[in-house]
Ligand binder design. Sequence first.
Ligand SMILES: [Zn+2]
Length: 465
Amino acid sequence: MTTLLIRNATCVATFDDNRTEWRDASVFVRENRIEAIGSTADLPQTADEVIDARGHLVVPGLVNTHHHMYQSLTRAIPAVQDAELFSWLRGLYPIWSGLTPEMVHVSTQVAMAELLLSGCTTSSDHLYIYPNGVRLDDSIDAAREIGMRFVATRGSMSVGASQGGLPPDRVVEREDAILADTQRLIETHHDAAHGAMVNVAVAPCSPFSVSRDLMRESALLARSFKGQGVRLHTHLAENDHDIAYSREKFNCTPTEYAQDLGWLGHDVWHAHCVKLDAAGIALFAKTKTGVAHCPCSNMRLASGIAPIRRMLDAGVPVGLGVDGSASNDGAHMVNEARQALLLARVGRSLEPFGCDHGPSEMTARDALAIATRGGAEVLGRTDIGHLAPGMCADLALFDLNTVAFAGGAVHDPVASLLLCASPQAAYTVVNGRVVVREGQLATVDLGPLVERHNRLAVTLALAAR
Ligand SMILES: [Zn+2]
């Protein structure tokens, strides 16, 4: 049994049910679980590994609920820098059709490095394009090597342009092959245990790239693994074109489409939901269907402002997603939480009928709660998302003596994390293992990884010309 002591922290913000915040506190970890949190004097004074956390803020590891990590290879592509969702996708599909297993492996690690360095300990990823022998196993291997907790989702596209879908025919798959591979992945990699490092979810890409049959069959497949916590994920109601497609092709709203296909429930989470109407919010709340809110991507693609406060007030589970990487184009989870806070406030100011909350539409602690325990709920995880004895030891430490916190942390270290700037994590601990130490990734050599990633990004772009 190995132990880890995070000692003398200036503040430990647990985000437990009472949002307990300890001052001058320590966290004691045995193996992969938190054993105790409390005043430094009351906790063990030593352990196999001790982190001196004087001058540091400790928060639960942040949880990212929506991402496309392979897109790290196509960030800031000039031709689509200023495009909305559909033309952005049409511009990128031909490039993505050149993806290789090596590219997926390397880009996944780059995306995870960026997340880990921002204090994120668990991430979902939605890989929905499988050309040239790419497999979801490539992402899962990458996560195991770098040490990130991973919810790998088996995405898919089956309706190409010739059938009225958005993607070109050459990047879509046969539906029987999709379902067979999804079943293989669940049986091979999905772990339902407390502290699991890999979950597999079932994730047809979007209403405009898969058939209704595949949506229905996917839901049946996930739910055939009874009691195993196999979840369902897709994109929904992202922008006005998405709504118009739903109206034209299916003659219903995205929520009605989801309901008809069995895609509402506590085991489902949908990305974006920018255009969810009042009836949709009520239905999501009633069925405990989760939402991955992606504020940066929604701003980048001018998709709109998701009604997050209304969702929260109604009881919809809401987590945060950096999305992208090429529609953000960043993967900094603290920054994403900051943008969620800012966007909620500016969204409220645009409301035609009065202003219920004003600037308190979303507080810093609200946004951090969404980024931690909200994300855990959306991913169906009861073992992560807040700090308490028995929970997985997933934590992030931020150095309050840096310029990012100057003049802020002395008043409120927790709110400063979002209100002042978007600092890098000093330490990131995943499942009891120190993955970021003194601001540096400890599991993978980042310099050569980025160099290799950049070479592959150029190769991929050139191949599409
Ligand atoms: Zn997405």
